[in-house]
Design a protein around this ligand. Sequence first.
Ligand code: NG6
Ligand code: CA
Length: 507
Amino acid sequence: NHSKRIIYFLMLVLLVLVSSCKTSKIDKTSEITMAPNIVFIYLDDLGYGDLSSYGAKGLSTPNIDKLASGGVKFTNGYATSATCTPSRYALMTGVYPWRNKDAKILPGSAPLLIAENQVTIPKMLKEKGYHTGIVGKWHLGLGNGEVDWNKPITPGPNQVGFDYSYIMAATQDRVPTVYIDNGSVVGLDPNDPIEVNYDQNFPGQKTGKDNPELLTMKWHHGHNSSIVNGIPRIGYMKGGEKAKWNDLEMSDHFLAKAQNYVKEHKDKPFFLYYAMQQPHVPRTPNPRFVGTSKLGPRGDVIVEADWTIGEFIKTLEKEGVLENTLIVLTSDNGPVLNDGYYDKAVEKNGAHSPTGGLRGGKYSLFEGGTRVPFITYWKGKITPKVSDALVCQLDLLSSIASLVNAKTTENDSQNILSSFLGTSKTGRENLILEASTRTAFREGDWIMIPPYQGPEINKEVNIELGNSNDFSLYNIKEDHGQKINLASTMPQKLKEMIATFEKIRGK
Ligand code: NG6
Ligand code: CA
């Protein structure tokens, strides 16, 4: 009897142990799958071929390559658009930017493009208990019209989902050339107020156009208004002397903010949108990085960005959150060599192909405009692989919603979480690509570009835009560089492509 009791007791203990073990396992996985930290590392104008893991020549990006080889490296990853503002709009909202007529490259004085009642990734994550932050380039407009840069600037990122924001308003080549911390210009002296104007100069202010003797970087086209740190910019700015950023320190500056953000928020799920400025113009590598590539400043700032990302990853590791963080690294649009300054990007390019052999580049409706490096990395969770799945930044909203179990109504943004995590080979079926409001259509291995009026080439930047009097049809699997137009030899395929495109896009 006594030994029977002991056996019963032991069995009970075993049962309790087994079941507690089981539940703790479930809890653990649900913890991991439900609320990982999410980090977007978003580069500016980084082309499909600009990383060594994507075939770059004359520069090396070991830190990003480590993410690529330890995560999913996509070969068919897209920004929605061939310029910045529309791509960022789509990334944040999951809405095709051509649905919003104002989603074009914005001046630094433009009003907020995202409606305050619109769904955004940070808003959706906030509802799930995340802390949300943005560090870096915003370029989605600020305020409701006239912005007074000397008062709290609102609405902005903090009104569309971000608990924390530390940003530059537009681009590195646009005024105001100041950092904005949760809506307030950093280091602003009230006795030296800032004024910004995109139409006319302020009396007596020097400009790149009239004062070439003051310039340390020469402008090639555009970029001849106010001079800041010897660099002529787009737009006019007056005052705010002490608040002006230091271009050479920008990468270190944003890095420190991103690192601090992780340190401060590591105990709770967080979402960080880390929007880097490289390799957009003006290319101003910190002196530590000058000459680190064979490509001049454009290559040097890519190396700088890579180092910076390495430091950031080290912080995630040191703070003990790397294994619970999903990292998405990609770029807002394709590459450009000369985007308005003489900086030797063209002369020193050598055998490097910034688009990785894709046709066109930034501003183009050809693939070089929108197909970009795209990497997802989640240590211990994502199995390394190269994926050919068709994925777009547009889909991050619905896919992340699915990851964190949030409600979303799928519209333009599709839930392709399994593709992003590398467990499915099929991404979306088709995608509308956009370049300066013109649109093209990809489905399967095919791309159709409708006829558009306008120059074939933007001569200033020397990029083919994708304008043509006739329809174009390419099989990009067999014809990586979109050289062979099959529109007239495959009329049935063309017809089908046009029909599906028009159904989505509207006539
Ligand atoms: C263009 C600028 C270009 C760049 C671009 C925006 C001129 C002539 N060109 O208007 O230099 O700033 O806007 O780039 O001003 S983006 O990546 O933010 O879309
Ligand atoms: Ca860009």
